[in-house]
Every structure is written in C-alpha cells, then in structure tokens.
Design a protein around this ligand. Structure first.
Ligand code: RIB
Length: 298
C-alpha cells in the first residue's frame, strides 16, 4: 500500500533564543541553523522511517534543492515534487528556547502555488486503497481531498495549521484525523479536550481520530473505543517536528494493523526521541532506533 504525502516542503531557519521575542523587542539569537522541514516533508520522512512506502508531492523553488536531497536520502519518492525556478521555496522562521519549545512563522512560497493540473497529474499515479496524507500548508487542500476520495483513496489529515479556509472546508471525507489539542479545540469549538473529542466524533462519525495533548499524552478513537497513552521522559532540546514524527509513526502503525496501544506507544516514543535532537526532519528516528530505545513513561 502506497502513502502519498501531498504537502509542504520548507527551508527551516532555526534560531536558538533565551526566550521568544516580545513585541517591540530586538533579540540576539544564541545560535542559528538551516534544516529541512515543512509538515509535509517531515511527515513523509516519518512515515518512511516508520516503514511505509512513501511518495512526496509538492512544489519547491530552485533554492530548495537540498529538500529533495533529504527526501531522496530517506528513500522517499520525489517523482511528484514540482520545481518552479522563478519562485522562492516555502520557508519557516523558528525560534527554539532553552527549554526546547518553539514558535514558528511560515511563508508559503511554492507550497501555495500548486496548480489543479499538477494535482490531477499527481493523483493519476494513485488508485483505490492508497493513502493520502495531508496537512494545511499548501493551497487547494479541499480540492485534493475531494479528488483523492473520488478515486477511492483513504484520506488522512493533520489539520495544521488551522486557518479560515480549513475551518470552511468539507472534511467529511477524511478517514483519519491526527491533530493536537489546540487544533481539536478550534475545529470543535470546545476548549476541554474530552468535550472536543465528543464533538469531533459526532461531527465525523466515519473517522478515526487521534488527539495529542502535549505532556498529557494522546487519545485515540479507533471507531469503537477510546484509547489513552502517556508520553515518554526525555530532555527536550527542540520540539520542532515532534507532532510530524507522531503523525508519521501513527499512520504507519495503523496501516501495519498494530494494536492501538502499540501504535500510540511507538508514535509517542518516536516523537520523544525527535524532541531530544535538534532540527525537524533530521531529528526523526528510524524504526530500529525506536524499537531499541528504552524510555520511561512520564
Ligand atoms: O511541524 C514543524 C514544521 O512546521 C517545521 O518544519 C516548519 O517548516 C513548519 O512547517
């Protein structure tokens, strides 16, 4: 079974800061680095490292050549990544504080310039039973979901970041939602995560839903029952791509047919390992590392 990740590829400029910059403040950073990122690219690499057969689709500018190299190194197919020589790739400005927490600004660039013809061309290579994994960092998300669903592909969505277009989209064709508690609150209109879960289950009765809750772990509705799992203890260095790592490992676990708690445990452990390393895509561990690493639940 093939996973098509149709999503963003970003050049991440990461600044280490003592604290996040405040309104009116000019702040000197302690360190700077450039990494491969974008929720699409990160999740494609996470799915691949977890063990899936992965195809990336998206668009970069000529400044994004190293993003393609990163995908190729990870053995993700890049046949469906378009290049626009005249545009800037998407990029992200990421502040990481000394506790490893981050805040991110993105600029869409080529991620937001994908044409309907390119979308149709990509989807022509996929068929019923294949999975499409999306986030909300590219244009035409709703069109892609509609077309993929019409072909019989299963749709997985990490609805991040939330914006007005996403809030106004028809998400009823999504089979798997993987989101964090902030996204769950925005989509459901309920701040309390249990209430948010109930609203989402009522609104999308055909869907399986995962909500990650930071230090409180994750909840997973598998269509019949709600499962809960905690997080693993690590020293946080950089939380960038923690959610992407969780998403990739979770989806792979579902497709492998693992038991719910095993899926949640693998996703939580992979994400904990990612948090203990700097960078986005570079911090995502392989399955061997995840299986060999012993961590304590918090
Ligand atoms: O989820 C982390 C990612 O969000 C970063 O790699 C950044 O590019 C933004 O897309």
């Amino acid at each position: 079974m093939k996973i098509l990740v149709f999503g963003s590829l970003n050049i991440d400029r990461r600044y280490i800061v003592d604290h996040f910059v405040q309104p009116g403040e000019t702040l000197s950073s302690l360190d700077v680095g450039t990494f491969s990122g974008g929720k699409g690219l990160n999740q494609a690499i996470a799915c691949k490292k977890a063990g899936s057969d992965v195809y990336m689709a998206g668009k970069i500018g000529k400044d994004g050549a190293f993003l393609l190299a990163e995908l190729k190194d990870a053995d993700v197919s890049t046949k469906h990544v378009f290049i626009d020589e005249n545009m800037m790739s998407g990029h992200a400005i990421i502040q990481v504080d000394t506790n490893g927490q981050n805040c991110i600004i993105t600029y869409g660039g080529t991620n937001r310039a994908i044409t309907k013809e390119e979308i149709d061309e990509v989807l022509a290579d996929f068929s019923a039973g294949d999975i499409i994994l999306m986030q909300n960092e590219i244009n035409s998300m709703e069109y892609i979901i509609e077309q993929a669903h019409a072909k019989g592909m299963l749709v997985a969505l990490n609805p991040s970041p939330i914006d007005d277009a996403l809030m106004n989209s028809d998400l009823s064709k999504v089979t798997y939602f993987i989101m964090n508690e902030v996204e769950a609150a925005k989509i459901s209109g309920k701040a309390d995560v249990t209430e948010a879960f109930d609203v989402l289950r009522a609104k999308y009765p055909q869907s399986k839903i995962v909500i990650t809750m930071g230090g409180d772990g994750s909840m997973f509705f598998d269509g019949e029952k709600i499962w809960r799992h905690g997080i693993y203890k690590v020293k946080a260095v950089d939380t960038t791509a923690a959610g992407d790592t969780f998403t990739g490992y979770f989806l792979n676990g579902l497709l492998e047919g693992l038991q719910p708690l095993e899926i949640m445990s693998q996703a939580a452990k992979a994400s904990a390992i990612a948090v203990s390393q700097p960078g986005a895509a570079d911090s995502i561990p392989t399955k061997d590392v995840v299986l060999a690493t012993q961590l304590e639940l918090k």
